[in-house]
Design a protein around this ligand. Structure first.
Ligand SMILES: C[S@@+](CC[C@H](N)C(=O)[O-])C[C@H]1O[C@@H](n2cnc3c(N)ncnc32)[C@H](O)[C@@H]1O
Length: 259
C-alpha cells in the first residue's frame, strides 16, 4: 500500500475514533449480550419484514445501508436469493469480514452514508468555524444502482453521533441541532429509490420507570415518510436493565416500511 493511502487511512481511523464511531459499534454488540432475548425478538421481526419486502423485488443487486454486525439482516436467505449483495457501513467489524468470506456474491464498501458529513463536521468543529445549516443536499450518498436497497436501522442513528460531537463545542442552539437532524433524515430518505426500498427504523422511544410505568415518549422521525406499499411495527425492548438511561428503561417502537 502506498504511503499516502496509509496516512489517509490512519487519519480516517483517528477521526472515527475521536467521533466515537468504532466504540459505538462495539457498544451495540456488547449491549446485545446483556439484552439477548429482547434483541433477538427485534432481529426476528426485522429479518421477517426484509424477506417479505424482498419478495416483490428483482433478484439482481441488493445494497444494504448500515449493515454493521448483520444482526438484523437475514444474510443466508438473501445471499441465496440475490445475485449480488453490497454491504455498506462506515466500519465493517472484522468478524463480519470473516463471516462473508464464504459467500462470493457478498462484498463490502466502507463509506460514510451521509457522503462526507462526518468529515465536514469533524473539520468544522475542530476549526471552530460554522456549519451551513441550510442545505445538506450535497451530502447525498450515491447509492449504487440496485434492485433492492435496505436502510438497516440507520436512519435515526445517522445524526446521533454527529450531534453529540457538535454539542461538545457549545456553539449550536437546540433549534440548530434539530434542523441538522431533520436535514440528515431527509437526505437519507431522498437517496432511497422508490419502489425498490425497505426502511427498517425506530420511530419512537418510550421511557419506563423501574415499575414499568410509561413516563415519556419521544418521536424519533422528524420528516414525512414516503407512502408505503406495506408496513409493520413492533416494539424493541432496547434496554430493560437501565444501563442506557439511569433509573429508566428505554424501548423503541420500530417499523419496517416497503416503498
Ligand atoms: C444501529 S447500527 C444498525 C444495526 C446493524 N444493522 C447491526 O446489526 O449492527 C448502525 C450502523 O450504522 C453505521 N453507521 C452510523 N453512521 C454511519 C454513516 N454515516 N455512514 C455509514 N455507516 C454508519 C454504524 O457503524 C453501525 O454499524
Amino acid at each position: 500500500m502506498k504511503i499516502n493511502n496509509i496516512l489517509k487511512q490512519l487519519k480516517e481511523t483517528v477521526m472515527l475514533r475521536q467521533m466515537q464511531y468504532i466504540q459505538d459499534q462495539k457498544g451495540i454488540a456488547r449491549r446485545y449480550q446483556g439484552e439477548k432475548q429482547n434483541w433477538d425478538l427485534h432481529f426476528k421481526s426485522s429479518k421477517e419484514f426484509i424477506l417479505e419486502s424482498a419478495k416483490t423485488k428483482n433478484k439482481g443487486k441488493l445494497v444494504v445501508l448500515g449493515s454493521g454486525w448483520l444482526f438484523d439482516l437475514p444474510m443466508n436467505e438473501l445471499s441465496n436469493q440475490f445475485k449480488e449483495i453490497v454491504l455498506i457501513d462506515i466500519n465493517h467489524p472484522k468478524q463480519v469480514l470473516h463471516q462473508i468470506k464464504k459467500s462470493p456474491n457478498v462484498t463490502t464498501i466502507k463509506a460514510d452514508i451521509t457522503n462526507g458529513l462526518i468529515d465536514y463536521f469533524y473539520k468544522k468543529a475542530k476549526q471552530k468555524s460554522s456549519i451551513d445549516l441550510n442545505d445538506f443536499s450535497s451530502f447525498a450518498f450515491p447509492v449504487p444502482e440496485a434492485d433492492f436497497v435496505i436502510s438497516l436501522n440507520i436512519m435515526c442513528q445517522l445524526h446521533i453521533i454527529l450531534i453529540d460531537y457538535l454539542k461538545k463545542f457549545n456553539k449550536y442552539s437546540n433549534t440548530d441541532l434539530n434542523k441538522i437532524e431533520e436535514q440528515i433524515q431527509q437526505s437519507h430518505l431522498n437517496i432511497l429509490p422508490k419502489g425498490k426500498s425497505c426502511l427498517i427504523s425506530d420511530y419512537e422511544e418510550e421511557i419506563y420507570d423501574e415499575n414499568d410505568n410509561l413516563i415519556g415518549v419521544n418521536p424519533l422521525i422528524k420528516v414525512d415518510l414516503p407512502s408505503e406499499n406495506f408496513k409493520r411495527t413492533w416494539q424493541w425492548k432496547f434496554d430493560s436493565n437501565m444501563t442506557y438511561r439511569e433509573d429508566s428503561k428505554t424501548f423503541f417502537n420500530t417499523m419496517g416500511l416497503d416503498f
